[in-house]
Ligand binder design. Sequence first.
Ligand code: HEM
Length: 156
Amino acid sequence: MQTGLLHFHNLLRWVILILLVISIFKAYSGWQQKKIFSASDRRIWLFTLITSHITLVVGLYQWLWGRYGMLKTSLPDGESIMKNKFFRFFWVEHPTFMILAIVMITLGYGMAKKSVPDTMKYRRTFWFFVIALLMILISVPWPFRAGIGRPWFPGM
Ligand code: HEM
């Protein structure tokens, strides 16, 4: 189950990135072209929200009980968390930035339900989603990152 969840977490990264890019594009065109907020915008923002929350739950499980989970693994003898690059990344940096990114996505989606002018809705959500995208891009353990790199796709 552990491996399956890790693969699922890996794959969801692509789903989030694709949905976020589409959501950002829709928010930007809605804002610039002064469109009326539509059900299709709301739907794609909702899918982005749901996918990010599922990733959060799977991530929390791995953080606590995964192969390097905080409740299952100990730091190497004499090491402190902030001095060990691997554990600092997976125990602190990755979860913190990803949780903040998911908060941004949640705030962005929240605009869909606010009774504010549609242009403001699009503009604010655009910025929330752009910040979330940047946070995700810098916090993913991309394969080229020394010491913490992970495969592009599950099982590679
Ligand atoms: C947008 C949200 C997130 C994305 C896109 C994301 C992406 C990833 C990716 C691509 C990996 C590597 C998977 C692999 O080795 O095949 C990973 C690993 C991991 N993630 Fe996330 N993650 C997110 C959120 C979180 C959160 C919120 C947490 C914890 C609270 C978390 C905890 C972990 C842990 C502990 C690992 C290492 C698991 C292991 O090697 O056993 N992730 N994440």
